[in-house]
Design a protein around this ligand. Sequence first.
Ligand code: FFO
Ligand code: ATP
Length: 262
Amino acid sequence: MTTNNDPREVEAIFQRKRSLRSKLRKELQNMDPIRRSEEDIAIQSIVLGAPWFQASKILCAYISCAALREVDTSRIISEVLSKPVEDQKKLYVPRVEDRNSNMRMLRISNVNDLTANSMHILEPSLVDSDGKQREDVMEVGDPLDLFILPGLVFDKSGRRLGRGGGYYDLFLAKYQELAKKKKWKQPLHVALSYSLQIVKEGDIAVTSNDVPVDALVSPAGYIPISQVASDSGKSRQYTYPAMIFAVGTYFNVILELEHISM
Ligand SMILES: Nc1nc2c(c(=O)[nH]1)N(C=O)[C@@H](CNc1ccc(C(=O)N[C@@H](CCC(=O)O)C(=O)O)cc1)CN2
Ligand SMILES: Nc1ncnc2c1ncn2[C@@H]1O[C@H](COP(=O)(O)OP(=O)(O)OP(=O)(O)O)[C@@H](O)[C@H]1O
């Protein structure tokens, strides 16, 4: 991350971002639809099978918009919502508040909770079907485990370029503050990306507001970037004390058995 205060430098970065965004928008529009749907299936299968997804209890995900050529999340969303409410992961999805980059993440427990907004993206209403105020992720007493993030362009150092609204960067910054204040572990930030959306390092210009991701999921697999992401990718995590305990228990059992057979 760079701290840029010089307005000319910031303007140059915004210009580079705008031109990269328009290049990628075109490439996504031209992507072969069969390839796109194959990649949608591959990416979502990787997420659904991942230990960090399966273990997550509270997560935020985006509701994909086909017209924007976003990686499909419908299988992930329906998998979460297919469980009875009492066994369901708590799922929070974006709702745009205003034009000043403010969005909230509200809980849904059913796909019928969503209606299209002015940008044709499905969003939750403020109140649920019982007239109750929807739960906001910023007001949940427990830490979020996972963010499943959209974006237009990514690189393998964790840089992410969104659609230019700044909604996610602002929201992620606010959530990071909250987690820090509460002394919670930060949630894993995972972005979903078609293969053509990953560009070489150095191509994405960033400012100090851009929040990096921990990992990418592309059709080629899970791409961990941060140390937590590498650890989260392992299906079983043994800490040293746990290993010593396991080995100790093994020898105790052997000794007990020998004792019995004597
Ligand atoms: N599925 C999804 N939901 C989301 C986001 C997102 O990126 N994806 N957002 C993440 O911020 C917020 C909404 N922000 C958005 C920002 C721009 C556009 C959009 O239609 N952009 C057009 C270009 C508009 C223009 O510049 O004239 C485009 O990208 O083609 C949509 C949503 C909250 N919800
Ligand atoms: N933490 C923040 N606080 C205030 N403004 C912010 C913050 N993050 C981003 N913004 C503003 O949002 C606008 C767009 O930012 P940027 O180009 O980084 O968006 P993006 O990464 O494409 O979008 P998004 O974060 O929604 O995916 C900029 O004007 C930027 O100043």
